[in-house]
Design a protein around this ligand. Sequence first.
Ligand code: AMP
Ligand code: ZN
Length: 428
Amino acid sequence: MYHNPVEAMDRTALEELQVDRLKETIANAKNAPFYEARLSGVNPEDFKTVADIEKLPFTTKEDLRGQYPYGMLTRSLDEFVRLHASSGTTGTPTAVFYTQKDLDTWADLMARCMYACGCRKSDVLQNMSGYGLFTGGLGIHYGSERLGMLTVPAGAGNTKRQIKLIRDFNVSVLHIIPSFALYFAQKVQEEGFDTADMPWKIALIGAEPHTEEARQKIEDMMHIKAYNSYGLSEMNGPGVAFECVHQNGMHIWEDAYIVEIIDLDTGKHVAEGEIGELVMTTITREGMPIIRYRTRDLTRFMPGKCECGRTHRRIDRITGRADDMMILKGVNIYPMQIEQCLMAMPEVGQNYLIELVTEGITDQLKVKVEIKDEYFVEDMRSLQGLQKKIAKNLCNEILLTPRVELCQHNSIPKADGKAVRVIDTREK
Ligand code: AMP
Ligand code: ZN
């Protein structure tokens, strides 16, 4: 039932394991120049419970950038075998280094994730995300092989070839970025295939925020089950948290990470179930341990136990990043609120783009929305009606009326990797 019995470990024992590993992590981290200074005076033996982690300082993205390239490493360079870099969702990238043991641990975690959502050794996985420095390439790849799946390293792009590979090799599992999945489903239909006849059954979707509405749309259009996959390079990459077959929050592997959710302003733990910033500590990584990393990702712990029997807590889908928030005319808006509203409307197609512009002396919110072909009619009045309907629905959600521009299917440019959802050209 589980890929590894640790997944259903009794919580008291799990927390004891976490404390032991935290102590080892602190001792090991002190071998890195950054933590040698940051943790001077900290004694691992003072940590008796998981809650004691609050005694430790946070590590931020700026800290990692400041230590670029080697300041976070606990051992000499010849012990490392791989590096990756974050995609620089915001700002310049950060480099992450792995020893062979770290790569093995990561592959195990990844395999556990895939197993949890129903992947088995007999499956064939096609990895449609870019390889290279992005962890979604090799991270998923080695995890898939670790589970024993036949792995097709298709990489990104070239939809025709992707479709051919899927059909020729009976691909049953796809790893695909959610913003690309809808576009891909459309392409499959344009190539003359019915998505219901494709051999696939499971899609692993992640690497970028997406709403429940977007997932539903992917599942409907592709005739597939789509599972949310969360990770970040600083914590290895994918394989940090994943939905099980119940699709009700993502189990986060607590034997490998200590997980906290904090209030953005005070830095203190939020009340159980409240949304805050996810903070993570690696407790099995030897080459580049990171303590209390502020991910900037916003989520909450899901209440209760999961029916699958795994005891590791679940986090809700990421509602956005702390630095994603747009403030317009004093109103706080997250891109995911806009996506949620758009994807719930049957007329809306696959893609959208949020633009913040300065016009005259005021700032404006523009939302470009691709409309399905069948709604993109010549009749001006129905188009205007649709435009108004979208603006009104958005206003109900974000409390501001945006200017809505209807766009034809496939007319909004698509990014190669993670989607670019917001363009802000406001004069500061
Ligand atoms: P990178 O390290 O460049 O791969 O970027 C990691 C970031 O991607 C995370 O910190 C999140 O902001 C975002 N991300 C990854 N997976 C997901 C997911 N399933 N849902 C929402 N955001 C995600
Ligand atoms: Zn579960």
